[in-house]
Design a protein around this ligand. Sequence first.
Ligand code: NAD
Ligand code: UDP
Length: 338
Amino acid sequence: MKILVTGGLGYIGSHTVVELSNNGFECVVVDNLMNSDSSVLDRIQKLSADPIHFMKRDLLDKHQVAEVFELFHFDAVIHFAGLKSPAESVVNPLRYFEENLGTTINLLNEMQRNNVKKLVFSSSATVYGDLTEPPVYEKALTSILNPYGRTKLMIEEILQDLSKSDPEWSIAILRFFNPIGAHSSGTIGERPNGVPNNLMPYITQVASGRRQFLNIYGDDYPTPDGTGVRDFIHVMDLAHGHLKALNYLSNHSGNHIFNLGTGKGYSVLDLVRTFEEVNGVKIPYKIVDRRPGDIAVSYAAPSKAERELGWKAERGLNEMCEDAWRWEKDLVKPSKSF
Ligand code: NAD
Ligand code: UDP
């Protein structure tokens, strides 16, 4: 099967391409390198069984999207490309609406025109907002805390309307919880530009001495140790979930929503302590005010994915911390810097 992977040089996309290639899928990556760089292509190529095709194209430009579909015939598309910072989306909502909605509409139009009607879309647990006590099931009410989350929910609704309009569409909407970790080889991982927003890249940068200490946003939440609780999931487990979703779409039409999480909640301090223990490094931290928009606790009910996709997260917190640290150490080695 030939798969178009948009945003395939980004954090989750790069791991997914490796997983797909090593399981017999042929991958064509389209990425404009807005949040990645071409060295990732060499790295995923070394980890992959077969050649990875790459086109540097911007999905916001419909002519560039059309060009991709003229060159290849795809069996399915995995759509990762987009912007992903909730905080940035509050400051610049129009950029988020234009980028996340615009790229998706261009892609869907071209898919329809070329009769490619199988899609796996990267949504987020953020669409659940703060209405439901965890564990959250896919049927839970949605609520929006920022423009980023609104773009994800709007796209989910567009996909719902699309599959109602034409029963030939087969769509899997995957709501990711908190992906962390890296490929066990240490050659690909998360590489945020500037100051990391997310917890794990901040921790690894403190561990490597790139930052002095971690700010922990609040220790007065109603949780066992007062810090926020999240469902951290290894990025390779998430990558494997995409393979399972593609298999599922080969014999299921319509629109299907799945949580991809472990079903377990760990606190910010749990993660910090596990990282220190398994890697033998110290993470100095300070407790600071809560970060606006954060919720206390979020973790998935992942039973639907297990039942229908035959997918379950396999890797634990220790492995997530070891792999994240191996990647960071690789990044800071002078000979391997980008
Ligand atoms: P990422 O930024 O690492 O990867 C996105 C990739 O898309 C980048 O390589 C970027 O260069 C590319 N891209 C962006 N705009 C593009 C455009 N117009 N044309 C072509 N390429 C473009 O992000 P990620 O962490 O891998 O996330 C992938 C998807 O998963 C995103 O849609 C994100 O919203 C969603 N998601 C991520 C998380 C997370 O914590 N990382 C959680 C939930 C959902
Ligand atoms: N967090 C933190 N310090 C940081 C980044 C995050 O204490 O520098 C906390 C944040 O308040 C939340 C958890 O870590 O409780 C996960 O945050 P992240 O931004 O990684 O993901 P989110 O769940 O917000 O999507």
